[in-house]
Every structure is written in structure tokens, then in C-alpha cells.
Design a protein around this ligand. Structure first.
Ligand code: CA
Length: 230
């Protein structure tokens, strides 16, 4: 749902009042419309009535686990979820991402960092994209199930590789600059560190191209970025 002024609606599910208050104020200042829930049952109600563009979901809630509720959201909608947690164990992060969370933030976080991640998630072609499936050549990308297949055979991609491919596929035939890649998927990295992107593109190419040394789809535009051709 986009409000009349075009602002994104974010549902904040958080039982700690200090965080809830800070997010209400901070995110409103940043131009979001905030709807707040402090329990999963409240969140369920708001989810049905407001259709938010993004959910910020705390893991430890009074009436259940945010991880379970995240699964429930993904079963019934395409709304991206960013998990927020005081826990920092790798296990939680991996679990959060495995169930499909768009991103994972640990408390305490800086508002600026959170907002950058929220904007990145909202910019991803997977969120709010009209097309659920894109076909090109013998490749098929299912954005909802996050599955890529070639002639019916599933290609195993890491989360970053899929996000990168989704970014390119959302701009099929257009050049995507390294700046845009960094801004969307590696928001914390310096522009000088583009080797990370190149490494991921190389790996992605090895997986999706018939012959990675002469790519038919994922082309490098020297000095600028990349272009995915149908
Ligand atoms: Ca909590």
C-alpha cells in the first residue's frame, strides 16, 4: 500500500517501548508511514487491514517467535520482512535469512543503518514487482519462490547471487552500474571495493551461463557495470 503522498508504509512489530517510540519518530522523519504492533496478534490484524510495503519484525515477542511469524507472513503475502533482534548468534541470523527474511539487523542498531537497509529492500525488484516470473533464453527466475531454473533444472544460487540476478533481471537490457549494485546489495561497502561485486558476478555467470568465458546473458560493460540480456 502506498499512501496518497507516495510514502512507503512500514509495519514495526516491536514490544520494547523505547525501540517502538524511537522507530515511530525516526522513521516518520525519514518519510515512512509507520504502523505499530507490539504483539504478533496485533500484527496479524494490522497486516490484513493495512497491507504494509515492509515489515520490521522483532524476534522475541510476548506471544511468540518473530521467526515463526515471518514464515506465516511469507506463506500469505509477498511483503518483505527485515528481522530485528537483540540476539547476535550466527545461528539466528542464518535461520532468519533461511526462512526468507529480506535482511537481518541486530540491536543496538543505528537508525541510519536501518533506514539504508529498508530502502535497499524496498528497491529490490522482488518486492512489489508485478512480474512473479521472468523467462529469458533457457533461464527462468521465480522471484516469489527465489528459484532459478535452466530447462527445468534448478540452479543453486547463494542469497547474494540471487539478489544480484534479481537486480539485473529487474532492469533487463539496461546497464546496472557498480554503484547501484553496491547501493542495493552491499550498502556498507566503499565504492572502491568493487572486487566483491566482480567476484559475485563471476560466480553467478559460472552458474547461469552455458559458457562463462563468452557470456550470452550477463555482460560486463567495461568501466561501468553489467547488463543482463534476454
Ligand atoms: Ca522483543
Amino acid at each position: 500500500m502506498v499512501d496518497p503522498e507516495g510514502r512507503s508504509v512500514v509495519m514495526v512489530v516491536e514490544d520494547e517501548e523505547s525501540y517502538q517510540d524511537a522507530l515511530n519518530i525516526g522513521l516518520t522523519v525519514e518519510g515512512f508511514v509507520v504502523i505499530a504492533a507490539s504483539t504478533i496478534s496485533q500484527a496479524r490484524e494490522l497486516m490484513g487491514n493495512h497491507k504494509p510495503d515492509l515489515v520490521l519484525l522483532d524476534v522475541m515477542l510476548p506471544d511468540g517467535s518473530g521467526i515463526d511469524y515471518c514464515r506465516e507472513i511469507y506463506d500469505t503475502s509477498k511483503t518483505p520482512v527485515i528481522m530485528v533482534s537483540a540476539r547476535t548468534s550466527e545461528v539466528d541470523i542464518v535461520l532468519g535469512l533461511e526462512i526468507g527474511a529480506a535482511d537481518y539487523v541486530t540491536k543496538p542498531y543505528r537508525l541510519r543503518e536501518l533506514v539504508a537497509r529498508m530502502r535497499a529492500v524496498l528497491r529490490r525488484p522482488t518486492s512489489g514487482a508485478d512480474e512473479e516470473v521472468v523467462n529469458f533464453g533457457d533461464l527462468r527466475i521465480d522471484f516469489v519462490r527465489r528459484i532459478v531454473t535452466r530447462r527445468g533444472q534448478e540452479i543453486e544460487l547463494s542469497r547474494k547471487e540471487f539478489d544480484l540476478l534479481a537486480l539485473f533481471a529487474g532492469r533487463l537490457g539496461q546497464v546496472v552500474t557498480r554503484e547501484v549494485c553496491l547501493d542495493t546489495l552491499w550498502w556498507g561497502l566503499e565504492l572502491s571495493d568493487t572486487r566483491t561485486i566482480d567476484t559475485h558476478v563471476k560466480r553467478l555467470r559460472q552458474k547461469i551461463e552455458e559458457d562463462a568465458s563468452s557470456p550470452q546473458h550477463l555482460k560486463t560493460i567495461r568501466g561501468v557495470g553489467f547488463r543482463l540480456d534476454a
